[in-house]
Design a protein around this ligand. Structure first.
Ligand code: AMP
Length: 230
């Protein structure tokens, strides 16, 4: 067995994290990023940045995101393609919140085929719907580095100071409120959950119980990444 924390990967990885809002995709993606040198690509983060920057894509996405619905495949693919042009992605990527529709999954397959790459694993983080609202309503992030925290499950070691960068400002997402969360869960079940069968049929699906402690889930995910990229 390799030592914990040692990167034994031999080829660039394309990993997908699937799961409803609040499943812990962002938290786990950031842990895998640190441990394996993968680049976390979160379409939610890219879209929030586009909204903040006031780009054309951001202007179109804003109201849809506030309603908890899915932004059109066209816009999502536009922001993702732009990000995929940047050189750091050659280290391997962990896709967080993408794909979310069959159209996006097919577009991703085509994009990877063009680059001679394939999906290492699509990991479904499985959680109970009931726990989601509680998880989402308590979460916040460091405004400087984006590290995620939670009122109940993950407080910084020193109150009000980010463990990772020492930042002292924190933000909560505008769409992390009860009504929007219900719409986001509904969108997940209607449009994204079918991707579990899609990736099962491709033979790359891995299922992980997302209800346990963050570190136990991280260990399980780390083992999957090692297997998928060995
Ligand atoms: P997230 O940060 O992944 O929870 O995404 C926040 C919001 O951004 C979602 O509720 C959607 O409105 C939008 N969004 C993020 N990723 C996608 C995607 N792959 N397809 C469509 N909409 C997305």
């Amino acid at each position: 067995m390799p030592e914990a924390g040692v990167d034994t990967r031999t080829k660039p990885a394309v990993l997908i994290l699937l799961g409803p809002p609040g499943a812990g995709k962002g938290t786990q993606a950031r842990m895998l990023e640190d441990r394996f040198g993968l680049v976390q690509l979160s379409t939610g983060d890219l879209l929030r940045a586009a909204v903040k920057a006031g780009t054309e894509a951001g202007k179109k996405a804003r109201a849809v995101m506030e309603a908890g619905e899915l932004v059109s495949d066209e816009i999502v693919l536009e922001v993702l393609r732009d990000r995929m042009q940047e050189p750091d992605v050659s280290r391997g990527v962990i896709l967080d919140g993408f794909p979310r529709t069959t159209g996006q999954a097919e577009a991703l397959d085509a994009l990877l085929a063009d680059q001679g790459q394939s999906i290492g694993a699509a990991i479904s983080i499985e959680v109970d719907d009931d726990a989601m609202v509680r998880r989402i309503s308590g979460r916040y992030t460091c405004a400087a580095c984006g590290e995620g925290y939670h009122d109940e499950f993950k407080q910084p070691a020193r109150a009000g100071i980010c463990d990772k960068c020492g930042g002292t400002e924190f933000t909560r997402r505008a769409d992390d409120n009860a009504e929007t969360v219900a719409a986001r869960l509904a969108a997940y079940h209607a449009q994204t959950a079918p991707l579990i069968a899609y990736y099962e049929a491709q033979g790359v699906l891995e299922r992980v119980d997302g209800m346990g402690p963050i570190d136990a889930i991280a260990t399980e995910l780390g083992a999957i990444v090692e297997r998928a990229t060995a």
